[in-house]
Design a protein around this ligand. Structure first.
Ligand code: BGC
Length: 753
């Protein structure tokens, strides 16, 4: 606990003791409802104190109200574990010895479990670590929609489908917040690429906004009851998201009734008047020299600091704006750090490791298998592991989600536990130091010799397990940069081709948070997609490869065959990455994510509109290499006929669809049964079908489950831009039930009256 915090808590305690003689002030009276306590605290505060609540006092905290014993609010990244302590006033790590944590699987992995119970487990466990580390706000989870495989930050999000992301985000928030730690769902909204994130100006239809990009945020607010939200760096309709009137005032507060706090992304505020009026509550910062030096951009110079105070004083913006902000921030403080009933939390426990392992196990996706997997260990078996990701510290780099782990069990170590210490290893390629925004140049001669060595060793082995993919360096899966190409980097395609030539038994088990091209797909017998699984990455991967765990993950996003097959890339530069409008110094901004505005922002239009991900592949009839929802098992599942509760439904009625699913194989397994709904004929363009339900069932060999989905009136609607409302048109709808978006096993149609 830092000194300032101790002082504040002591002040609060002394306040309480002296209050034994006088009456306890209402704001400190735990028996009173929060709203009454907030009102009371607010009534005692000066204008200076209210304004002070609205901006950072250091890199990750805001000040509270010391005079009243109201403590500081401490925030931390998020979202895959609690980040190591950062210095008060710069981005350096403070090198403590008590901030090593459990790294949980990245959110892409969580989404790939297609299991809300895994989200609940995740929220509970990461919440306990955040509480133990005395954090009041965990900066995550992220639910920006996966629009392009080039987005460097997709690994922090939950895939391409708003329904999947929405269902998965809710239990995470609920369980996290039970620890007295607020979730801060981010980045609201449309931070769907890192290139030019600071000032890209996005234009899109209301339909795409409401149908694709907002629903997961809406669920986080209305069902998850999230206590805070982080504004995105980018602009929408010419206004920065952190103080975007339409986004924050009209939609978030107005339409959704959000009662929590909007926090900027770090350095995401740009204008005091807009920040005052347009629904921003706390301004946090990236680019301050602040506090100790009087120079440049100190905390009191933030848009929501002295400039705000002065505008209120001069009457340029009403005082009611700061009352509203302070009220929300106090509410957040009472919900978190002032909640005296909150648990104590815990760190790196066996339970946390087991949770990380279970989530990891359920997330790995078996993309292809001709029968080589599972690879049961046999005496004398010669196994060669190739690839840098078998040993690399993948929790490092990547940006703000970087983690300092207490333990990290690597795939190579875990595979040696399963197949014996004789397992050989060849790096195959090399990428340099695992650091945020780093990109080392590796001489071609080094890459060539690593490749030749691995290929030579492959010829000697019975089996080759290839563990490559992407990593967290700049231009890979990394904040502040987008990828430069869809293919795997560092000549991995040539390496894989070379390995298969030397040995046909190559099992590819890549780690990434994004899709990539697989020109070698027809030549390899098996491909597993793993993710950044954190502390337990090795044991999860080894157990799936060896068959101890039967894979049950499903892709939360499509793998197009080539980049142009993705909707965002179909329309050229204006759609991705946007068109630069005479911006100076872009290359440098690429790395820092800094704003380069001055009225010359890159312009972007989401021309694929609502046809994101599989909606594009399906509707345009462009098959993906591996479709959304795809994932195989070591057993087989047979789907029976779908039956409907009714063939005709009224506008307010519901239909249930039931389908029997049987495990026809020899081992127990889990299947994610997916329900998609399509409107057979509509006056507007609608996707061929959209995910509206899923259930992960566990089945013993021979066992059958009756899986029932309820289709509600909302599941049939589209967002009508002109009317600004959700509309369902009478006519025929089809329920598609399948094992992936492209593997439909049963269908049934019904009429909406
Ligand atoms: C990121 C946020 C993060 C914040 C604090 C920003 O650069 O975009 O996601 O929470 O930094 O580290």
């Amino acid at each position: 606990m830092n000194l300032k915090r101790i002082t504040i808590l002591c002040a609060a305690a002394i306040g309480l003791m002296t209050a034994a003689t006088a009456a306890t002030p209402v704001y400190l009276d735990k028996t009173q409802p929060i709203e009454k306590r907030v009102d009371d605290a607010l009534s005692r505060m000066t204008l200076e104190e209210k304004v002070a609540l609205c901006h950072a006092q250091g890199k990750f905290s805001s000040p509270g109200v010391p005079r009243l014993g109201i403590p500081e609010l401490w925030m931390s990244d998020g979202p895959h574990g609690v980040r190591a302590e950062i210095n008060w006033n710069d981005w350096g790590y403070s090198n403590r010895t008590n901030d090593s944590i459990t790294a949980f699987p990245a959110l892409t992995a969580l989404a790939a479990t297609w299991n809300p119970a895994m989200s609940a487990l995740y929220g509970k466990n990461v919440g306990e670590e955040a509480r133990y580390r005395k954090k009041d706000v965990l900066l995550g989870p992220g639910v920006n929609i996966y629009r392009t495989p080039l987005n460097g930050r997709n690994f922090e999000y939950m895939g391409e489908d708003p329904y999947l992301a929405g269902v998965m985000v809710v239990p995470y928030i609920q369980e996290l917040q039970k620890n007295g730690v607020a979730a801060c769902v981010k980045h609201f909204a449309l931070n769907n690429q890192e290139k030019w994130r600071g000032n890209i100006n996005v234009k899109l239809s209301d339909r795409a906004l409401y149908e694709i990009y907002l629903p997961a945020f809406k669920k986080a607010v209305q069902e998850g009851k999230v206590w805070s939200i982080m504004g995105a760096y980018n602009k929408i309709w010419d206004e920065h998201c952190c103080h975007n009137a339409r986004l924050l005032n009209d939609i978030l507060r107005g339409e959704w009734g959000f009662d929590g706090v909007v926090i900027t992304d770090w350095g995401g505020a740009h204008d005091t008047r807009q920040a005052a009026l347009n629904g921003l509550d706390i301004e946090m910062g990236s680019f301050t020299n602040g506090l100790t030096s009087e120079s440049g951009f100190g905390y009191n110079q933030y848009y929501l600091a002295d400039p705000y105070y002065n505008m209120i004083k001069s009457g340029e913006v009403p005082e009611s704006t700061v009352n509203d902000k302070a009220r929300r921030i106090l509410r957040l403080i009472f919900r978190t750090v002032m909640d005296t009933n909150k648990p104590l939390g815990s760190l790196t426990t066996d339970e946390h490791y087991a949770a990380a392992k279970e989530i990891g196990d359920q997330s790995i996706v078996l993309l292809k298998n001709t029968g080589i997997l599972p690879l049961a260990p046999k005496p004398g078996m010669k196994v060669l592991v190739v690839g840098e990701n078998a040993t690399r510290a993948l929790n490092q780099g990547g940006g703000s989600s970087e983690l300092k782990v207490k333990d990290m069990f690597s795939p190579l170590d875990a595979l040696r536990k399963v197949y014996g210490p004789g397992v050989k290893y060849a790096m195959g390629y090399k990428t340099g130091r695992p650091m945020y925004a780093m990109e080392d140049t590796i001489p071609v001669s080094v890459l060539d010799s690593l490749r030749d060595e691995a290929i030579a060793m492959a010829g000697e082995a019975d089996y080759v397990i290839y563990i490559g993919g992407l990593n967290k360096n700049a231009y890979q899966d990394c904040e502040s940069t987008d990828r430069r190409e869809y293919n795997l980097p560092w000549n991995q395609d040539a390496l894989i081709e070379g390995l298969v030539k030397a040995n046909p038994n190559v099992i590819v088990a890549n780690v990434s948070g994004n899709a990539y091209a697989m020109p070698w797909i027809d030549k390899v017998p098996a491909v597993l997609q793993s993710w950044y699984l954190g502390t337990m990455i090795g044991p999860s991967m080894a157990d799936v490869i060896s068959g101890k765990v039967n894979p049950s993950g499903k892709l939360p996003f499509s793998f197009p065959k080539k980049l142009e097959d993705n909707g965002a890339h179909h329309y050229g530069e204006i759609s991705y990455p946007g068109i630069e409008s005479e911006i100076a110094g872009n290359a440098a901004d690429d790395l820092k994510g800094a704003d380069v505005s001055a009225g010359r922002d890159p312009q972007q239009e989401y021309l694929e509109d609502i046809l994101v991900g599989y909606r594009w592949h399906d509707t345009k009839k462009i098959p993906a290499l591996f479709p959304f929802g795809h994932g195989l098992s070591y057993t087989n599942f047979k789907y029976g006929k779908a039956t409907l509760s009714t063939r005709t439904v009224g506008p307010d009625g519901t239909v249930t669809v039931t389908v029997p699913v049987t495990n026809t194989g020899k081992v127990a397994g889990q299947e994610v049964v997916q329900l998609y709904i399509g409107d057979d004929k509509a006056r507007v363009l609608r996707p061929q079908k959209e995910l509206k339900g899923f259930e992960k069932v566990t089945l013993a060999p021979g066992e059958t489950a009756q899986v029932t989905f309820t289709v509600s009136p909302d599941d049939l609607k589209f967002f009508d831009d002109a009317k600004h409302e959700w509309v369902a048109e009478p006519g025929t709808f089809t329920a598609y039930i399948g094992s992936s978006s492209a593997d439909i096993r049963a269908k049934a149609s019904f009429r909406l009256k």
